[in-house]
Design a protein around this ligand. Structure first.
Ligand code: PLP
Ligand code: COI
Length: 339
């Protein structure tokens, strides 16, 4: 086990021992390669560098209460990466290859999987890059799939402490029929300006609205939105939000707990009616929202006065973490045991 101050980790790159790579050329994927090299050598004219032909995934491995190391739903990340690859006409890995690469990456870096008590985890970042040289805009048939990892703590400072979010209409994250529903680097590039603006104003995150009408809630820059009211878990349904695996899992857990689950349009004004609200994602887990400001409409929607999660968010969080850390049984088959 590495000598790391696990409890002080934030969400940042941390050098580990190995990463896993596959190369696609001549119509097929190479065998898996394992390397300690943190760098990639590629042509200066590679498609990913110019035209954003790049996609990625994010998933976590947890050291459980029983000492076992568990990966959470890697097959779901594999399927999403395949969708993203298809959308950008990049070579897609198979589900088996993706999962095998993730398992190997964790196995080679077991010393970096944080101890159970610390509440930290090992974040995996599978990245698919279109590496073929090109100058004109076109699809490419050469790619690198690289899976690296880093031990991480909470994505938002303060962990389960409630965060503030800002609605901004000056920039949208994703167009109605754009790439919002796939995990392409360009979505994050287009969110940077508004995120920085929100940070300057003292907010942790931006809540984006639908780009066509700016009347419905979509999602945060790096997490989905959910609201709770009347024993109901409500989350937006839209073709331009990223289908979050955490959100999908929370919908199942909410149903298991006897809540009603609704995936539907959420008009901005409906925010006023939620008893609790949260951001959910692999990195964010569940970050409760203290308030959302909508300065153009001169509105503040408050969900947590004391900075603490509401009771249902807390219940959902505990149940999810308990499955991930092996405290409760994995009744839905979400866990892949690595070691
Ligand atoms: N939405 C966006 C834009 C994200 O970047 C993420 C992170 O992956 C999520 C939602 C949450 O997805 P997941 O729960 O699969 O990590
Ligand atoms: C994740 O939650 O895995 C993400 O990819 C968010 C990320 C942009 C930090």
């Amino acid at each position: 086990m590495e000598n790391i101050k696990w409890g002080e980790l934030g969400f940042a790159y941390y050098k580990t021992a190995f990463n896993v790579r596959y190369h696609y050329a001549n119509g097929q994927w190479s065998q898996m390669q394992v390397t300690d090299d943190e760098y990639i050598k590629m042509h200066m004219s590679a498609a990913c560098l110019h035209y954003g032909l790049e996609i990625f995934e994010g998933l976590k491995a947890f050291r459980g209460v029983d000492g076992k190391v568990r990966l959470f739903r890697p097959d779901e990340n594999a399927k999403r990466m395949i969708n993203s690859a298809n959308r950008l006409c990049l070579p897609a890995p198979t589900v088996e290859q993706f999962v095998e690469g993730c398992v190997e990456c964790v196995k080679r870096n077991l010393d970096f999987v944080p101890p159970y008590e610390t509440g930290a985890s090992l974040y995996l970042r599978p990245t698919l890059l279109g590496t073929k040289t090109c100058l004109g805009v076109r699809a490419v048939d050469e790619a690198d799939l690289i899976i690296f990892c880093a031990p991480v703590g909470p994505y938002f400072k303060g962990g389960m402490a409630a965060i503030k979010a800002l609605i901004m209409r000056d920039q949208d994250r994703a167009a109605p029929r754009g790439t919002g529903d796939v995990k392409v680097g360009g979505n994050y590039a287009s969110s940077i300006w508004s995120l920085e603006e929100a940070h300057r104003k003292g907010f942790s995150n931006v809540l984006y609205l639908d780009a066509a009408t700016h009347s419905k809630v979509e999602e945060f820059g790096a997490a989905n939105f959910f609201g709770i009211k009347n024993n109901t878990y409500v989350t937006p349904k839209s073709a331009s939000i990223l289908p979050s695996i955490t959100n999908k899992s929370l919908r199942q857990i909410a149903a298991d707990l006897g809540l009603t689950v609704e995936e539907r349009d959420i008009p901005v004004e409906e925010l006023a009616t939620f008893e609790e609200a949260g951001a959910c994602g692999t990195a964010a887990v569940i970050s409760p929202i203290s308030y959302i400001d909508d300065p153009e409409k001169n509105k503040r929607y408050t969900f947590s006065e004391d900075g603490k999660p509401g009771p249902i968010s807390q219940q959902l969080y505990t149940k999810l973490r308990n499955i991930q850390y092996g405290i409760e049984p994995d009744t839905h088959g979400w866990i892949t045991i690595v070691d």
